[in-house]
Design a protein around this ligand. Structure first.
Ligand SMILES: Cc1cc2nc3c(=O)[nH]c(=O)nc-3n(C[C@H](O)[C@H](O)[C@H](O)COP(=O)(O)OP(=O)(O)OC[C@H]3O[C@@H](n4cnc5c(N)ncnc54)[C@H](O)[C@@H]3O)c2cc1C
Length: 304
């Protein structure tokens, strides 16, 4: 069975939309429409949907969109955005939490602090969701999500659910070996208890460090490039004399050269031009090829 738009709308109602602009789902506030945007309200509904659309469409999953640039031509396929029903924190045992993939990192960090759970402090600084954090192996100040992970529950595009243990996943700096055809539904995380005051102090210290070194209240997806081994991407960019360049309304933050900014009115194409320009300048100056940390999805608008 492969239903047309009208039939899909009748079946999934408000959970499905067609040709909806995606800019509000990315921290850059940029991006064209998704052919199909699906916001499942339960795992069963998501399985039902995947079985209906089968392999007829390209599928991608979006978390909080804090690390994703969506191109101006939008996404020709299905974008799955987990609804608030996938945001939950459950204590399974004294030392294990189950956390829905749609839960915001900040919400989890707050819950951990209130319950005297240590090692979750760094999550207070990351504006994404748990699904995004696991895919990216997000972290800061010496911590990363893989350190507290036990396993993930995933759903493949055929509708099969299974659990993957941490030791079966290869985690690297800002990346994981999880296959692209898997939707993370939830994660089991390890719990260690600590002193509540120390946990709150650590969160405060991290917040101050972030405030002192990174811009806030801007349209950005954080670090654009990964730090090369033994180097800092922001320093390489700064030393390549390209941090004052802009394309349209896409520029580089004055506070942190690895943060690219939509000043308002930029296009995704402007951001990509800036990315390519900076990559080239850093290569010319330092003979280092920067790797993107940012994920880019969708199609460009063809002007022919
Ligand atoms: C101001 C700012 C500061 C930041 N600081 C940091 C930092 O200190 N450290 C750091 O590591 N990052 C940082 N980031 C980047 C970003 O917040 C992280 O990478 C974050 O973990 C991405 O989560 P997300 O839910 O927004 O993912 P998205 O951008 O929505 O997606 C990122 C990737 O994860 C995949 N994905 C998301 N959810 C799922 C799911 N449920 N199942 C399968 N795949 C999924 C997407 O397909 C995509 O490939 C910062 C970003 C901003 C804007």
């Amino acid at each position: 069975m492969n239903l047309n738009e009208k039939e899909l709308k009748n079946k999934f109602g408000k959970n499905i939309s067609f040709h909806e602009g995606l800019s509000k789902y990315s921290w850059f506030n940029l991006g064209g429409p998704a052919q199909i945007l699906f916001k499942p309200e339960s795992v069963d509904q998501l399985i039902d949907f995947l079985k209906i659309i089968k392999n007829f469409h390209k599928i991608t999953c979006l978390g909080a969109g804090s690390n994703t640039l969506i191109r101006d031509g939008g996404f020709k396929g299905v974008v799955i955005k987990l609804s608030s029903k996938f945001s939950y924190i459950k204590k399974l045992e004294k030392n294990i939490l189950e956390v829905g993939a749609g839960t915001l990192d900040k919400t989890l960090s707050r819950y951990a602090a209130e319950n005297s759970i240590k090692n979750y402090e760094f999550l207070s600084c990351i504006p994404g969701s748990i699904g995004g954090a696991i895919t990216m192996n997000s972290g800061c100040y010496g911590d990363e999500i893989s350190n507290i992970l036990i396993s993930v529950q995933v759903l493949d595009f055929k509708g099969n659910i299974f659990e993957i243990k941490k030791k079966e996943i290869e985690f690297v700096y800002r990346g994981s070996s999880l296959a692209k055809n898997l939707i993370i539904l939830s994660a089991k995380l390890n719990v260690e208890y600590g002193d509540k005051n120390l946990i709150h102090e650590k969160i405060k210290k991290f917040a101050k460090e972030k405030k002192d070194t990174q811009p806030s209240q801007i349209k950005t997806c954080g670090s654009t490039f990964k730090n090369p081994k033994n180097e800092k991407a922001w320093k390489l960019i700064k030393n390549s004399n390209c941090n004052t360049i802009s394309f349209g309304k896409a520029s580089i933050s004055k506070k942190h050269s690895n943060f690219f900014v939509n000043e308002g009115g930029a296009s995704s194409e402007d951001i990509e031009k800036l990315i390519n320009f900076v990559k080239q300048k850093v290569y010319e100056k330092h003979n280092i090829r920067l790797d993107l940390e940012l994920k880019i999805i969708g199609e460009t608008i063809k002007n022919d």
